[in-house]
Ligand binder design. Structure first.
Ligand SMILES: [Zn+2]
Length: 330
């Protein structure tokens, strides 16, 4: 199958963590695995972070070192043939530093808190800066926190900044509690489609292409296991990143723990345990020409997840046609 290994390359929202532990080190460990198979990945870079650092480095000169580290790693990724695309977490727009730590006001967590015109400016600013660093054209987008709906607010930003591919949606994903909001319940049962006004509604000659993240139905037991391994799984299950995410709203937590639900095919922590199962399911259900899109967050990797990915690649490399969105355009 056409396989995309996609990474959200970012710090944590909550307690940010450091560039070394939450970005550099786990990304390097991932590259060590990918290089064995000459596999190329797509990195969705949370570029708002670097832009905010740039704005604040006059007051906090230390930020310059962090920016340099991230920029250098992005350049290495490009040199090695990986793909750099756009990821937006708009909470960076008004993030500030207090007592040496990043603070994120919730007001702009969602891009939708800005006007349509402000969204256009943010997309252009972020995309231009990312292209300046990578030296490559950016064509694909993934929304931070899966917050892409309602899409009419972002449509012009896509059009005016030249984004043609989105990879945010995952079938039957839903979170209507807390600060996130997304509802992907009624998406097509295919692995790619065109759209214009709503990424969940296919349109034959749509202006944009949706390449959804693959998803998999898990029982409520799965989320209990996730919690168990995080707490009691020992060193192999410890997350490499040194920050933590903002907590899910209580409503969403209860939904995940007490109902079966759909989750993304992921290489984060214990979630990697069902990568092979999910792939078997996709192979059975779809054709060789269809897509299998894996998501990961380097900050959330563990030794367990990296070893499991390594095993997955080694056992399936002959049927995985690993590609990037840059290749897609060629
Ligand atoms: Zn993100």
């Amino acid at each position: 199958m056409n396989t995309y290994i996609t990474l959200d390359y970012e710090l944590f929202f909550g307690k940010s963590g450091t560039v070394e532990k939450s970005i550099q080190e786990p990304t390097q460990k991932l590259l060590d695995v990918l290089n064995k198979y000459n596999a190329k990945a797509v990195f969705f870079v949370d570029i708002g972070y670097l832009i905010r650092c740039k704005e604040l480095e006059v007051i906090y000169p230390n930020l310059k070192k962090d920016v340099l580290k991230v920029k250098n790693q992005i350049k290495t990724l490009v040199e090695q043939g990986h793909d750099i695309q756009l990821h937006i977490h708009s909470h960076w727009e008004d993030a500030y530093i207090e007592n040496g730590e990043w603070k994120f006001p919730m007001e702009h967590y969602r891009l939708h808190s800005f006007t349509e015109q402000e969204c256009v400016s943010i997309f252009k600013k972020y995309k231009n800066y990312l292209e300046e660093i990578s030296g490559q054209e950016v064509v694909a987008f993934r929304a931070g926190g899966w917050c892409i709906q309602p899409f009419n607010k972002l449509k012009h930003a896509f059009l005016e900044s030249g984004i043609t591919i989105d990879s945010t949606v995952f079938k039957n994903g839903k979170n209507v509690h807390g600060s996130h909001f997304y509802n992907f319940e009624n998406t097509p049962d295919t692995t790619e489609w065109n759209f214009t006004d709503d990424p969940c509604v296919p349109e034959d000659n749509g202006k944009f292409k949706e390449i959804p993240i693959s998803s998999y139905r898990v029982s409520l037991l799965f989320f209990w296991k996730l919690i168990f391994y995080k707490k009691f799984g020992g060193k192999a299950h410890q997350q490499i990143g040194d920050g933590y995410a903002v907590k899910n709203g209580l409503g969403q937590k209860l939904r995940l723990l007490f109902k079966n639900s759909n989750t993304v095919v992921s290489i984060d922590g214990y979630k990697t345990s069902y990568l092979q199962k999910a792939y078997n399911h996709y192979k059975h259900k779809f054709t060789e020409q269809d897509n299998f899109v894996i998501i990961g967050h380097p900050k959330a990797f563990s030794d367990y997840s990296l070893v499991t990915l390594d095993k997955f690649l080694s056992e399936n490399i002959t049927t995985l046609n690993i590609r990037t969105f840059r290749k897609y355009e060629e």
